[in-house]
Design a protein. Structure first.
Length: 104
């Protein structure tokens, strides 16, 4: 409840904004690609797309989000992932994400 976004989203009924869930999921995908393909720290990640995002369950203060991402394809430097976010064993969010990397 100490995160500032809970104060305004929504007063009296705090839930984690979906955009932050998607952003966290995308960051996990970026880390996954950097580590698995040994891209190095001279690259910057660009989030290039999101498809089929669905929010299944509200995420409330005290919940712990667990992300599972699977690399679907990597063509011409575009990484495509399917991602899922869980609270306990319940699916809270799912999406298809795309990212690419460029020199800093």
């Amino acid at each position: 409840m100490n995160e500032p976004f809970f104060q305004g989203h929504f007063p009296g009924h705090p839930i984690m904004p979906g955009v932050l869930i998607i952003e966290a999921m995308a960051q996990v995908g970026g880390i996954f690609a950097v580590v698995s393909d040994k891209l190095g720290d001279d690259k910057v990640t660009y989030f290039t797309g999101i498809d089929k995002a669905k929010f299944r369950k509200p995420v409330v203060p005290g919940d712990t989000l667990r992300f599972e991402l699977e690399l679907q394809t990597c063509r011409r430097g575009i990484y495509c992932f399917t991602g899922k976010a869980y609270v306990d064993d319940a699916l809270a969010c799912q999406a298809e994400l795309k990212a690419t990397f460029a020199d800093r």
